[in-house]
Design a protein around this ligand. Structure first.
Ligand code: SAH
Length: 225
């Protein structure tokens, strides 16, 4: 899958995609993340990507022309399943959306900045608007990184142990169970005895019970009984 991220601050996220599992996914050819600088698509001598809002309210607004030029160029090269805008008033991102997006071939993610983007971009060029939570960030870069990470992570082959993505929190409607590693006793803080018992069936049952108990206690909204 290919994800094109459109931003005025590529350096904010380039490092992120060059690390760890995101870097490995790209090296393995399972995902291609291409970060574009919107400023490269300006035509004026000051390379302006923002301007004052009509109506005189506070803050700067991202201009249409460079964004339209960039999206048009990308669309002329391949077809995109979605052109996503990161926005606090978008649909709240969750695992189900990540699963659906991970089935796509090509995605564009546009990062807003300043006060936001000229609304006509949202009306005419954007097909999906996503928020990563009810709070306001300075720009869409962290949101784009969070979305791309969650989407790429579940592409088969990206994680070494594929199963580990399937039983993570939210995949099966339940939070994950606690996990432990050596030493079994640290300063008297002991790992539950059952995990040291070697009894596979009882351990799986304990894990499931933990998932149900923790979900009921911490996220009762996820349990629809
Ligand atoms: N005036 C806007 C906020 C602008 S914040 C409003 O009140 O809705 C600048 C940019 O940061 C936004 O255009 C968006 O791209 C990004 N952003 C901020 N908070 C976000 C969130 N919770 N989820 C996704 N993107 C967000």
């Amino acid at each position: 899958m290919r994800i094109d991220i459109l931003t005025v601050l590529p350096e904010m996220i380039e490092g992120f995609f060059n690390c760890s599992i995101m870097a490995r996914a790209q090296k393995k050819g399972l995902a291609e993340i291409v970060i574009h600088n919107i400023r490269d698509y300006t035509t004026d001598k000051h390379h302006k990507t923002d301007d004052y809002p009509f109506g005189g309210s506070a803050g700067m607004v991202m201009k249409i022309e460079p964004i339209d030029r960039l999206i048009s160029e990308l669309r002329s090269q391949r077809s995109y399943d979605e052109v996503i805008f990161t926005s606090p008033d978008g649909e709240k991102f969750n695992q189900r959306m990540a699963n659906n997006l991970s089935l796509c071939g090509n995605l564009i993610i546009l990062c807003g900045h300043f006060k936001g983007i000229d609304y006509r971009i949202r009306e005419h060029l954007i097909t999906k608007e996503i928020s990563i939570g009810d709070y306001v960030l300075t720009g869409g870069e962290l949101a784009a990184a969070a979305i791309a990470d969650a989407v790429v992570r579940i592409i088969p082959g990206v994680l070494n142990d594929e199963q580990s993505a399937l039983d993570d929190s939210f995949q099966d409607g339940l939070l994950d169970h606690p996990v432990y590693t050596r030493p079994a006793d640290y300063k008297g803080w002991r790992v539950p005895d059952i995990l040291l018992s070697g009894n596979e069936a009882l351990i799986r049952e304990w894990e499931l019970n933990q998932q149900i108990e923790r979900t009921k206690r911490l996220r009762p909204d996820l349990i629809s009984d």
